[in-house]
Design a protein around this ligand. Structure first.
Ligand code: AMP
Length: 117
């Protein structure tokens, strides 16, 4: 998808508002608009990558460190959290700009979403 049409690129550019949790030069963490748990934060790279499947491993390393900082800021490290990224159609990805979901603040459950048959 062209980045001009991407809603998360629009959030990065400030064209769509967001509730920022943490930001640095390369990454942004913000509250999910439709939270699935008490705490539901999305973490994105500011640069557009369609999904985890195409992010360069070196950038993913930096993103890992950023996600760990977000978890510290949210105060969820002791109780734990679920980290999810959906990839493509079968992964259930709706927004084609790489994002990790941080679900926390209560037990995430054995699986999220529909049960497998
Ligand atoms: P996924 O199904 O993994 O692509 O998840 C996309 C997520 O983006 C969903 O949890 C949506 O609630 C969330 N979302 C969509 N638009 C916005 C927005 N403008 N601000 C915050 N979260 C959003």
């Amino acid at each position: 998808m062209a980045t001009n049409d991407c809603i998360f690129c629009k959030i990065v550019k400030g064209e769509i508002p967001n509730q920022t949790v943490l930001e640095d030069e390369n990454f942004l963490a913000f509250n999910d608009i439709n939270p699935a748990r008490k705490i539901h934060v999305l973490v994105i790279p500011k640069e557009h990558y369609d999904s985890f499947d195409v992010i360069p491993p070196k950038i993913m390393g930096n993103m890992t460190a950023f996600i760990q900082k977000v978890a510290s800021k949210l105060g969820i490290k002791e109780d734990g959290y679920r980290l999810i990224t959906n990839i493509g159609q079968h992964g259930g990805q709706e927004v084609p700009h790489l994002h990790f979901h941080i679900l926390a603040g209560e037990y995430a459950g054995r699986l999220t979403g529909e049960q497998l048959k």
